[in-house]
Write a protein that binds this ligand. Structure first.
Ligand code: T1G
Length: 698
């Protein structure tokens, strides 16, 4: 007797047993779901009144695959495993039809591949995305998909992990029918007809893999994919598993795939990718703002300032089809801003990333204006004006006069105090920071800065807006530099100290780029403009005179070497070129500076460079958690993965610290604290405590 299983519903319709996966939100194939399917199959096969079986999914998915939350827990490998479930499907005497809609991914698609037949509604996302989690399809996907749709399309889907709309696969051999009408009704009818057929029902595993030159294609694929994924072991393993099945047959291929899966799921790269997957989703959850918090209706958006940031911010909304009123104080500034937006779109059209008509449609969504009166009906107003408190004060006082009640007033400030800005209005509860990262229309990161008075529905609303404009939003409390820039300041301090103590810019950059950063601190500074850091340091010297800094960067700026924009910075640049050439002049200046500062230069190893840069981030991140500026370590990791070029396969600074072991991180920090310039290393109490008791951040 089968006990109805909460994660699976069992009903009979016209003599067909319908097994419905019901494990919200995406019918993840967790243990209870897997058990329910096996029990449902047994029940159907032992019920004489049942002639066939349909498996489908309730809610918004057929199935989003294995339940990732079970990974690295006993449940993941507890019987019935997905292998067992699929074997039971294939062994079923009565025909099993998978009725697919919305999403069939990973183990969900593998389950469907085990069925005798597959029917699908159009518009379903079909994918084997395991590679994006640093693993590979672990329930036969590398063996069945090539047999279902052919070696090349299957390999491309598995190695890319990219979803394909079901209608694009209509003639691929994957589906026995595409269902335009009611999926379940048609699936049941299909199953009844299948039951009338004599002889064993077809199995994907028995199909042949046809290819004119499988060996050559696989070798070519391995070489190209290997070159493109040097920091990720999974893509090449996908090809190895497919190849094993081609060469040695289905069963051996399946066994090899299993071994690869067990190996990959333990790798730090897979842990990092899964951490990023959940971290991205966890970031939108604010501990004291329930997901049921009502949101404000955002139809009309206004942006103040048509400069680099204002233009980029505007483009995010245009790309999401949201009209924007763009306000400037002078016509020529407004025209310049519009021209820049148009130029950006035209560049995308030239690259074939956008059609001309789409570009025109987006431009048409802009309502340029010089008058604040045109902001009266805006639901969300984002200012991106000059980064100076006095200017912000004028803007917010004006907004307080014209903006309608309930409008959200957001500042794109990257360094100023959002509470001070909110205090310029009579409605601090409607004020929030929306810190975009340049280029604002490209960088995924959005720091949502929560003022002490920011209302909860304002936060819930801007998190929803962030999702709509495809940003990874992370909530930060109010402090200097919020999360990202506050941490990067300590990173830069260490970089400058290391120049003073014996390193040179090219060595520091090379070491941290070898670790995986997209760009080292000196190339990055030359790109952003050394004068920006200079201005912040000058402010810092006023505000925090006790915060020691190497003056070496100021020395560079005093010579006017601001970076690419002046044709010379930490590096030299050939006219019109951007590649950074080590500068003898700067290197000599650095050596002379050490002498002047009375510092005995020494050889600094790449390992020390990486440790001091990354652990500076970790230590400051720990303080940010202690102060509640960030609510969880994964938020800090998401900031660094999406806004600062931290290597994805390492999962972010806080996960990396966990991987190294906080005991070892603390030991290194204490060692640097005892060296020259060690006063920069005041170890975070939470880090020291965790190091002592074996704790972790994540
Ligand atoms: N397991 C557990 N939870 C999942 C999940 C999964 N597979 N997929 C999504 N969620 C949660 C997610 O964390 C979020 O939770 C909620 O569902 C909505 O997700 C053997 C081993 C399916 C396209 O990689 O791509 O099968 O935040 O916001 O935008 O070979 O989720 O609400 O608490 O993304 O509508 C392979 C991953 C697993 C698919 C839906 N499968 N998921 O997108 O919603 S490995 C995947 C997605 C595997 C086998 C191997 C998307 C989606 P919360 P969401 P969405």
């Amino acid at each position: 007797m089968v006990v109805d299983n909460a994660a699976v519903n069992y009903t009979i319709r016209d003599g067909v047993a319908v097994i419905t996966l019901n494990n919200p939100p995406v019918n993840g194939l967790g243990l209870s779901t897997r058990t329910g399917i096996v029990e449902g199959l047994a029940r159907a096969n032992s019920d004489a009144a049942v002639t066939a079986i349909v498996i489908t999914g309730a809610g918004k998915a057929f199935s989003g695959g294995a339940d990732i939350t079970e990974f690295n827990t006993p449940k993941a490998t507890q019987e019935p495993t997905l292998h067992t479930v699929i074997k039971e499907v294939e062994k079923s005497v009565k025909p099993v039809v998978a009725a697919i809609h919305s999403v069939a991914m990973g183990g969900g698609l593998e389950l469907a591949l085990g069925a005798h037949y597959r029917v699908a509604a159009p518009g379903a996302q079909i994918a084997l995305p395991e590679v994006k989690l640093g693993i590979l399809p672990g329930a036969g996907g590398t063996q069945r998909l090539p047999r279902a749709i052919g070696l090349e399309p299957a390999l491309n889907m598995i190695v890319s992990g990219a979803p394909v709309p079901s209608e694009k696969l209509a003639k691929s051999g994957l589906f026995d029918a595409m269902i335009e009408g009611d999926l379940l009704t048609e699936a049941v009818a299909f199953a009844r007809k299948a039951a009338d057929k004599q002889g064993p029902h077809p199995l994907v595993r028995n199909r042949k893999i046809e290819h004119a030159n499988a060996e050559g294609f696989l070798q070519f694929s391995r070489n190209t994919v290997g070159a493109m994924s040097k920091n990720y072991p999974a893509p090449v393993k996908c090809i190895d598993a497919i190849a094993a099945g081609v060469k040695e047959g289905f069963e051996k291929g399946l066994a090899f795939e299993r071994d690869c899966f067990v190996e990959l799921v333990q790798t730090p790269e897979s842990r990092a990718l899964r951490h990023a997957f959940f971290g991205e989703r966890a970031a939108s959850k604010i501990p004291d703002v329930p997901s049921s918090t009502p949101v404000r209706d955002i139809q009309k958006v206004a942006v103040i300032g048509a400069g680099t940031m204002g233009g980029g911010i505007t483009m995010n909304f245009l790309n999401a089809g949201v009209p924007v009123t763009l306000l400037e104080t002078k016509q020529e500034a407004l025209d310049r801003g519009l021209a820049t937006i148009r130029k950006n779109y035209e560049a995308q059209v030239k690259k074939g990333k956008l059609t001309q008509e789409k570009a025109e449609a987006r431009m048409a969504l802009i309502s340029p204006t010089l008058s604040y009166d045109d902001l009266k009906q805006a639901d969300l107003i984002i200012e991106a004006v000059f980064e100076e408190l006095g200017v912000k004060e004028q803007v917010f006082k004006r907004l307080d006069e014209v903006a309608k009640q309930g409008a959200i007033l957001a500042s794109n400030t990257s360094t100023l105090d959002v509470d001070k800005i909110a205090a310029f209005t009579k409605r601090p509860q409607d004020v929030v920071g929306l810190h975009f990262f340049s280029p604002a229309n490209v960088m995924k990161l959005l720091e949502v800065v929560r003022g002490k008075d920011t209302a909860k529905d304002v936060l819930a609303t801007v998190m929803q807006v962030a999702k709509k404009i495809r940003k990874t939003a992370v909530v930060s409390g109010v402090c200097d530099g919020f999360i990202g820039n506050r941490m990067i300041e300590q990173y830069v301090r260490q970089a400058l100290y290391m120049l003073e103590e014996g390193a040179l810019p090219a060595q520091v950059d090379r070491a941290i780029e070898k670790f995986g950063f997209a760009m080292g601190p000196f190339r990055m500074s030359d790109l952003a403009g050394n004068d920006i850091g200079w201005a912040i340091r000058k402010r810092r010297y006023q505000e925090k005179p006790d915060l020691k800094y190497s003056k070496i960067a100021d020395r560079l700026c005093e010579t006017g070497r601001f970076g690419q924009k002046t044709g010379a910075g930490w590096y030299d640049y050939k006219a019109g070129e951007r590649n950074a050439l080590p500068s003898k002049l700067v290197d000599d200046m650095i050596v002379a500076y050490s002498k002047e500062a009375g510092v005995e230069r020494r050889k600094i190893s790449d390992d020390e460079i990486v440790e001091r840069l990354v652990f500076a981030l970790v230590n400051e991140g720990a303080k940010i958690l202690e102060e509640g500026i960030a609510s969880k370590a994964s938020d800090i990791d998401m900031v660094y993965l999406t806004g600062y070029g931290f290597p994805l396969w390492r999962g972010g600074p806080m996960l990396y610290a966990d991987t190294v072991g906080l005991y070892n991180v603390a030991r290194s920090i204490r060692r640097y604290a005892a060296q020259p310039n060690g006063d920069a290393w005041e170890i975070a109490q939470s880090l020291a405590d965790k190091a002592d008791n074996g704790g972790t951040f994540n």
